[in-house]
Design a protein around this ligand. Sequence first.
Ligand SMILES: *[C@@H]1O[C@H](CO)[C@@H](O)[C@H](O)[C@H]1NC(C)=O
Ligand SMILES: *[C@@H]1O[C@H](CO)[C@@H](O)[C@H](O)[C@H]1NC(C)=O
Ligand SMILES: *[C@@H]1O[C@H](CO)[C@@H](O)[C@H](O)[C@H]1NC(C)=O
Length: 142
Amino acid sequence: MANRLSFSVPILLTTLLCMTVTCFNEDQTVLLQFKAHIASNPLNVWPYNWSSATSVCHWTGISCGINGRTALNLPNMNLYGTILPSLGKLSLLSALNVSGNSFHGHLPSELANLQLLELMDLSHNELSGGIPPWFGNLTKLQ
Ligand SMILES: *[C@@H]1O[C@H](CO)[C@@H](O)[C@H](O)[C@H]1NC(C)=O
Ligand SMILES: *[C@@H]1O[C@H](CO)[C@@H](O)[C@H](O)[C@H]1NC(C)=O
Ligand SMILES: *[C@@H]1O[C@H](CO)[C@@H](O)[C@H](O)[C@H]1NC(C)=O
């Protein structure tokens, strides 16, 4: 009994924290890395209010929903950069729309970890490599 409790309490705590603060903090680190690899043409300045001082939920282009679900919407923003493999760590990401920018390079296979992703729009960028085979792993994708 005691053993069982010592296992279930940390799991419960993780779940509770995930629904409030911790998960978003983790997302903040990943998203600030993403930002650091993006430039906005032609000014080369990140044009949005993404700052470690505020929760990601208050950042331009990010919305936070129930159960910690997040959405990243930056379409037609004149952004130039690569899709970082670490975006695959945004395990609660349910939507990703960066269509109409200048993202280039290959889609990292780490994105296959985004198991809650229901919407992904990468159209009208300069990505290479076509649709990768692991796309089928994103089972919720519409
Ligand atoms: C960032 O800008 C958005 C509008 O794009 C606004 O809704 C949000 O409150 C701003 N966040 C902060 C922390 O200023
Ligand atoms: C996709 O799913 C298959 C089967 O579960 C797994 O073997 C493969 O490693 C996954 N691919 C990626 C990139 O995670
Ligand atoms: C992504 O955003 C663009 C611009 O707002 C919109 O036209 C497009 O329908 C969105 N993609 C999806 C799959 O919703």
